[in-house]
Design a protein around this ligand. Structure first.
Ligand code: EPU
Length: 414
């Protein structure tokens, strides 16, 4: 596939778009299957690069994965705990969920450190402290991490920051730990609820997911299950923002409105014209948008993953929008590319100021990470003329069929 997305902008979007299942759920769910002793079936699995890589890693572990359309059958009954020292491990962040899952199942894991989007420093100290609290010993040599435990025993673990990854990894490692583990100041993201509800179907004893205190009572075995993954709130938000930018009448379907309230309330403040249904959001043509201030925060605060896409829309809003990024202070690489298109954005240390409105013109620009890519796609839809987005592979990591979905709405995109 050519690694470029071309957009002829300034076309009105109309029609319906169906949101796929959630990337950040499925990327935790797939590694978690190594905890099962029976077959797991997953429905509505999104067709994204991160999923393809995780399937490859599961196969390296001798887990049988068969795909039928968007349904995956995963059979871990003959799993072998080999070292995951394959370069694919470093292509995504979520490969680190194999640490918690393999440690939980085998009390031993040896693998490369994870990669993922370059958003500035992304330490995993909280994950490792959690494993140590359960009784594991950690060795790091260069890029390889080895974690061993004679036995895992439940403990009370306080997270200094409500980290999504650390919460999930500790949950995975604790499923088979002796006794009870509590995670205090746990992350509350919907993806954590989704994973815990799947693990509970498999026989785990996890309570409190979605609150800041999660307890896990260890069990000795997990069986198989069938699981439907929740819709992707960030993909939903991205299409809602795109529709606010250049839609006439666009319905975004397969949405859980409670998952995107921070976004929809901000859009209301901006003057975007939309209605919210039980499982959809319908966006109408919106003019005279107003600037708003954003502070990214853990869920239910404004999602950092939507900060970059929203910035593209804010270039159309009148006034100065201040964006403070508290999760990844360097997540502003999209601003440089938007400025090449005619935006007027100043980037500070952990914040940006979007001076609007400005009109955007198509340019050759570069996606530097997944949500930067989404931001540039929205900018390309708004802009006059042709936008060429290079390094589009970042976008395919997390957006299922984005080009086809936007083309079906009337975008001139390929
Ligand atoms: N942090 C630490 N130490 C740790 C773990 C995290 O200091 O041990 C810090 C990070 O450096 C960061 C903050 O805590 O500043 C948040 O990290 P968190 O662990 O919550 O995020 P993550 O698990 O690395 C997931 C998503 C991200 C999303 C964030 C925040 C996955 C695979 N990734 O990352 O998604 O931005 O939560 O919601 O679930 C994306 O989809 O584009 C994406 C980057």
């Amino acid at each position: 596939m050519e690694d470029i997305i071309r957009i002829n902008g300034n076309k009105k979007l109309n029609g319906e778009v169906v949101v796929s299942s959630c990337k950040n759920s499925v990327v935790a769910i797939l590694p978690s299957v190594v905890l099962a002793s029976e077959i797991v079936k997953l429905y509505d699995v999104p067709n994204i690069k991160d999923v393809q890589i995780l399937i490859k890693l599961l196969r390296l572990l001798n887990v049988k994965v068969t795909a039928d359309d968007d349904e995956l059958t995963i059979d871990p009954t003959n799993i072998t705990n080999i070292d995951l020292v394959d370069e694919d491990v470093m292509k995504l962040r979520a490969s680190y969920y194999f640490m918690g899952a393999l440690l939980g199942r085998f009390k031993h894991v040896r693998m490369y450190s994870p990669g993922g989007c370059n958003l500035g420093p992304r330490p995993i100290d909280l994950h490792l402290k959690g494993f140590e609290a359960l009784g594991a010993k950690i060795k790091q040599e260069g890029n390889i991490i080895e974690i061993d435990a004679e036995e895992l025993t439940g403990d009370d673990i306080y997270l200094d920051f409500a980290s999504v990854g650390a919460t999930i990894n500790i949950m995975l490692a604790a499923c088979f730990a002796r006794g009870r583990t509590t995670i205090e100041n746990a992350a509350k993201e919907p993806e954590i609820i989704d994973l815990s509800s799947m693990l509970n179907k498999m026989g785990a004893q996890i309570r409190g997911a979605g609150t800041s205190e999660i307890t896990i009572n260890g069990v000795s075995r997990l069986k198989g299950c069938i699981h439907d993954i929740i819709p992707d709130r960030i993909e939903a938000g991205t299409y809602i923002i795109a529709a606010a930018a250049c839609g006439q009448d666009v319905t975004i379907k397969n949405v859980i409105p409670q998952h995107i309230e921070a976004l929809t309330l901000k859009l209301e403040e901006m003057g975007v014209n939309f209605e919210i249904g039980s499982d959809f959001v319908r966006v109408y043509e919106s003019n005279n948008l107003k600037a708003v201030d954003i502070i990214t925060q853990p869920f239910p605060g404004f999602a950092t993953d939507l900060q970059q896409p929203l910035t593209a829309l804010l270039t159309k809003a009148k006034g100065d929008s201040h964006i403070e990024e508290t999760i990844y202070i360097e997540r502003f690489k999209h601003c440089n590319e938007l400025n090449k298109m005619g935006a007027n954005i100043e980037v500070g240390s952990g914040d940006s100021m979007v001076h609007g409105p400005t009109s955007l013109t198509g340019q050759d620009i570069f996606a530097t990470d997944l949500r930067c890519g989404a931001s540039l796609v929205i900018a390309g839809l708004i802009a006059n003329g042709e936008t060429i987005i290079h390094n589009a592979y970042h976008i395919y990591r997390g957006y299922d069929s984005i080009v086809d979905k936007l083309r079906a709405l009337g975008a001139d995109i390929k």
